[in-house]
Write a protein that binds this ligand. Structure first.
Ligand SMILES: [Zn+2]
Length: 103
């Protein structure tokens, strides 16, 4: 499992950027991260086939490295999700695939 060399959150574009050791750069929208929150509560909502409510205006206000991943704090005061690196990588891959399909 690899760990990003750099992780940067941009409030203006509401995007989280991950820089991987192999040179790849991935971007994930803050709202997307909020919808995919990794906490037990949000996971349960998605298991029930529901969507986690996320305002399109939601922003990431803090990023706390946790070793195996990051704890993400959102502007709606939701801060329970710890996102393992592998999970973030998969989220970003899924996001870029759906962006390609829209072209
Ligand atoms: Zn959550």
């Amino acid at each position: 499992m690899s760990t990003p060399q750099q992780i940067a959150s941009d409030a203006a574009t509401r995007t989280l950027t991950l820089q991987w050791p192999d040179g790849r750069e991935q971007q994930i929208a803050h709202a997307e991260l909020r919808r995919a929150c990794a906490c037990a509560e949000c996971r349960r909502i998605r298991l029930d086939d529901s969507t986690v409510h996320a305002s399109p205006d939601v922003t990431l206000t803090d990023v706390q490295p946790m070793g195996y991943g990051v704890q993400l704090v959102f502007s709606d005061d939701h801060a329970r999700g710890i996102y393992p690196w592998r999970y973030l990588e998969e989220l970003a891959e899924a996001a870029s695939r759906s962006a390609e399909q829209k072209l």
